[in-house]
Design a protein around this ligand. Structure first.
Ligand SMILES: Cc1cc2nc3c(=O)[nH]c(=O)nc-3n(C[C@H](O)[C@H](O)[C@H](O)COP(=O)(O)O)c2cc1C
Length: 304
């Protein structure tokens, strides 16, 4: 798939707040992710120079195609965020129009933009004025998927170079099965690449989503948690590292940005996924939750 001249080979790692940090993105990239997304970053937060926001935009050369995801509904701040120097290093800037969290929706941001497609277009047009490559990630709709194809077309008309569609409405949050039909209709309605997303967790589900929707690519979210190797599987290759090596690399990268205490705490969430369903996993997870140092986590990771 080619987005604005940028070639993406392999499934993308979908943006996930609290999870798609620079360490995890590096691991997924080495495992075969063709593009990786930061977690969503507030456009206003970036303009007001928040250090925390900038830490979220740290990345390593392991990433093949690095994408920054921003959120906001004010065209002025969106354009300013896209023009920010820190964005020079990103291949694509994605605008979040899918976040279902009440705090975000109440502000008219994230998935709320699907209820105001004209404002969503203004947001994209403002972003495009920055001269960067702009993409959008949305859901199939806010309360119904009826207008998904029209919405994606409106994003194309506003200048988005690609749209990732999560096959659920905002009201569904993460419940039920992802609905690929509205994604298929969106694909038929536009000429830009559409990326299908939702419940893709292995080669079979990736191939089925691609075949059914005709999408240009797929993005994997939760299926990559505790299993960054899913990208190697989808690409038909072998994982280039073990779980223990993945966890070590992940932490080593985070240590370049954060103090050890934060790295250990952040890793606990990932360890919970790595231990899921494994023999002795519960005990290892408990051990990890009591860990105080990176070395303790590395020791635990050796048993995974
Ligand atoms: C913990 C978590 C955090 C997420 N954060 C974001 C985010 O920051 N931006 C975004 O566009 N989507 C976010 N999502 C949605 C995912 O990118 C994806 O669309 C959704 O999980 C469906 O795909 P999946 O079934 O492969 O997980 C998040 C999902 C989860 C589970």
């Amino acid at each position: 798939m080619i987005i604005g001249g940028v070639e993406i080979k392999g499934a993308a790692l979908a943006p996930m707040a609290g999870y798609t940090d620079a360490g995890f993105r590096a691991v997924c990239s080495l495992c075969g992710a063709g593009a990786v997304y930061t977690e969503m970053i507030s456009a206003k937060g970036l303009i007001y120079d928040s250090e925390k926001t900038k830490d979220l935009l740290f990345f390593t050369p392991y990433e093949k195609v690095s994408c920054a995801q921003i959120f906001g509904n004010d065209p002025y701040f969106i354009q300013a965020a896209c023009e920010h120097k820190i964005m020079d290093k990103f291949a694509l800037i994605d605008i979040n129009m899918g976040c279902p969290v009440p705090k975000i929706v109440k502000n008219g941001e994230g998935s709320a933009l699907m209820n105001d497609p004209l404002l969503a277009q203004q947001v994209v047009k403002a972003a495009v004025k920055s001269g960067r490559r702009i993409t959008v990630k949305c859901r199939t709709g806010f309360s119904s998927s009826e207008h998904c194809a029209d919405f994606v077309k409106m994003m194309q008309d506003a200048g988005a170079l690609a749209v990732t569609v999560h096959g659920r409405t905002r009201e569904q949050f993460y419940s039920g099965k992802a609905d690929l039909q509205p994604i298929k209709k969106a694909v038929e309605n536009v000429s830009i690449p559409v990326i299908a997303n939702g419940d893709i967790k292995d080669k079979k589900s990736a191939e089925e989503a691609l075949a059914y929707t005709g999408a240009a690519g797929v993005a994997v979210g939760r299926g990559a948690l505790g299993n960054p190797f899913v990208f190697a599987q989808i690409a038909g290759g072998t994982p280039p590292m073990t779980v223990s090596e993945a966890i070590k690399m992940h932490m080593d990268i985070l240590l370049e940005i954060y103090p050890e205490r934060k790295v250990v705490n952040d890793m606990k969430k990932h360890i919970a996924f790595y231990t899921k369903g494994k023999k002795g996993g519960k005990e290892l997870k408990l051990k990890a939750f009591c860990a105080q140092s990176v070395n303790e986590i590395k020791e635990i990771a050796k048993s995974l």
